[in-house]
Structure formats: structure tokens, C-alpha cells
Design a protein around this ligand. Structure first.
Ligand code: CP
Length: 318
């Protein structure tokens, strides 16, 4: 069987490209390592020296607020030198290929690439063509994967709810276009979550979901009833081709999370969203800004989780 390209021959993580296929022990190690980094943000000097002397290149070919910024903060807290390539002003705009761009940045002694790209598989391609000492971390590729989001979501759930074995997590909304949903499903099923549900209209739930070990619901009440965690997803209008939905308003009528509907979940259920949010579409402002929302905690934990991922991959050689 072919080796997972993210792992070296000792089973150690050298790239983070997808959560799919990673053993539970690797995910537990990332979450446990992240918990040791949370307190770094509370110190006067918010730094540890683990990546001192290393150069981390952020290559964001798609827009981002949370992921790009928290990767930069995380790398700086690990004492790395961080370069954010301004893609719009780079020679990508003149037609330079992805691999030529990476080869030229590698010639500047890059040690790690953090990559967001609209094409699924772009981080894999880079990892295949990098020198053995260079590490690649996927910051979201097409509809495929957003592994650090899946990990920071798992971290947030573990922080607020403890053991995954007793938990029901409902992922609600535009699952079809969501790399976050896929990464969460792989993370939560690997970590032993009791039940993962995906909830949405038939047109926005892909057909391979049941095969991924999740329960599929096309009714919001059924989907979130008794859930410990309700994770809402953004309606990704920019990735939709054709009429998958009558309108955002129609979607909100059937699947938008309101405080009234949240009562179908457990009384202590938490509400999550990876951001950015369409307020009033997949989630009401009263829920997003309310006491059950842990959306901003997700963002904060993203720093520690990304510190953990970068320090772990940098600590292993191919
Ligand atoms: N959750 C997430 O990926 O947000 P950004 O697109 O702002 O990075």
C-alpha cells in the first residue's frame, strides 16, 4: 500500500495536507501539543523559540482573514521569519506557474509553505516538488480540505465538551462546497465522535456522505435534535454553478439557525461557525452573538493549533 505522503517512514507528520488517512494518535498529538501553546498568548513575551531561524512563506491564492492572519501570528509566536506573498502583486499575475513560484521561493531558502489555493490538490503538488527539508501545510484547497480548520474545530469541541465518545455533532448548511465539513468529518470520526450528522437541502449535501460514516438529514429539526454541537456553514455562493438553491432567503427559511430552532439541540449545546458568516442566512445574529456561540473561541484556538502543526511538521524530516 502506498505510504501517506504526509508521513515519513517512521509515521511522523512532515506535511499537513489533509486529515483523511491520519491516525488518531497523530490528531491527538496535535491537539495535546496545541493545549501547551494556548498560554503563550497570555505571556508578556508571546514567543517560544521552536522555529527560530526558519522561514515560513504564506502563499494565499484565495482570500482569507482568519487563516492567513492566525498562521502568521502562530509562526511569529514560534519565532520564525514570516513572508506573506502578495499574490495579486506577484508574478503569478504575469502568468508564472505555481511550481515556478514555489521553486523561486525555495531558492530564497524557504523552510515551510502555508498554502491556500482554489484548486484541490495544489498543496499536494507543491509537497511532491519540494526539497525533503521543506514542509507544506494546507490552509484550504478548493472544496477538498481545510485540515487546520478541522483540527481547531476539534480542539474547540474538546475544550468545551470533553470526551468525543459521548458527543453528537451536527454540521449544517452548504456541505457540498465545504472543505471545512470534509475536514471536520475526517477529524471527528477519527477522534471517535459518537455521531456526526450532516444537515442540509438535497442539492447541498454530496452523495458520498453516508459512505464517510455520517448520518445525513435533510430536515433541520431532525438534524440538530439532541445535538451537543451545532456547526453552521457559510452558503458559498461564489462556488455555486447553476441553481442549487431558489435563494439565500429560501435556505434561511428552512435551514437558518435561530434561537427558537436552537432549542431542538441539547440545552447546553454550543454553536460553531468557521467564518466568514452570512448573518441572517445560515445563522441569526442573535445566535452568533449569543451565549452559546463559541465562534470567536474557534479563532483564538486557531493560533495554538497552527503553532502545534507547524512545530510538529518542522520537527520531523522526510
Ligand atoms: N475559516 C476560514 O478559513 O476563514 P478565512 O477564509 O477568513 O481564512
Amino acid at each position: 500500500m502506498a505510504r501517506n505522503p504526509q508521513l515519513n517512514k517512521n509515521g511522523e507528520l512532515i506535511h499537513l495536507l489533509s486529515i483523511e488517512g491520519l491516525p488518531k494518535a497523530v490528531l491527538d498529538h496535535i491537539l495535546d501539543t496545541a493545549s501547551t501553546f494556548v498560554s503563550v498568548s497570555d505571556r508578556d513575551v508571546k514567543k517560544v523559540p521552536l522555529l527560530r531561524g526558519k522561514s515560513v512563506f504564506n502563499l494565499f491564492f484565495e482570500n482569507s482573514t482568519r487563516t492567513r492572519t492566525t498562521f502568521e501570528i502562530a509562526a511569529k509566536r514560534l519565532s520564525a521569519d514570516v513572508l506573506n506573498l502578495d499574490i495579486a502583486r506577484s508574478s503569478t499575475a504575469k502568468g508564472e506557474t505555481l511550481l515556478d513560484t514555489v521553486a523561486n521561493l525555495s531558492a530564497m531558502h524557504a523552510d515551510m509553505f502555508v498554502v491556500r489555493h482554489s484548486e484541490s490538490g495544489a498543496p499536494y503538488l507543491i509537497a511532491q516538488h519540494c526539497a525533503p527539508h521543506v514542509h507544506v501545510v494546507n490552509a484550504g484547497d478548493g472544496r477538498h480540505s481545510h485540515p487546520t480548520q478541522g483540527l481547531l474545530d476539534a480542539y474547540t469541541i474538546r475544550h468545551f465538551k470533553g470526551n468525543f465518545a459521548n458527543l453528537t455533532v451536527a454540521i449544517v448548511g452548504d456541505v457540498l462546497h465545504s472543505r471545512v465539513a470534509r475536514s471536520n468529518i475526517h477529524a471527528l470520526t477519527t477522534l471517535g465522535c459518537a455521531e456526526v450528522r450532516v444537515v442540509g437541502p438535497r442539492t447541498l449535501v454530496p452523495s458520498d456522505m453516508a459512505a464517510m460514516g455520517v448520518r445525513v438529514c435533510h430536515d433541520l429539526k431532525e438534524g440538530i435534535s439532541g445535538a451537543d454541537v451545532v456547526m453552521t456553514l457559510r452558503l458559498q455562493n461564489e462556488r455555486m454553478s447553476g441553481a442549487l438553491l431558489p435563494s439565500s432567503q429560501e435556505f434561511a427559511k428552512s435551514f437558518g439557525l435561530t434561537n427558537e430552532r436552537l432549542q431542538w439541540a441539547k440545552p447546553d449545546a454550543i454553536v460553531m461557525h468557521p467564518g466568514p458568516v452570512n448573518r441572517g442566512v445560515e445563522i441569526d445574529s442573535a445566535v452568533l452573538d449569543g451565549p452559546r456561540s463559541v465562534v470567536l473561541n474557534q479563532v483564538t484556538f486557531g493560533i495554538a493549533v497552527r503553532m502545534a502543526v507547524m512545530s510538529i511538521v518542522a520537527g520531523h524530516s522526510a
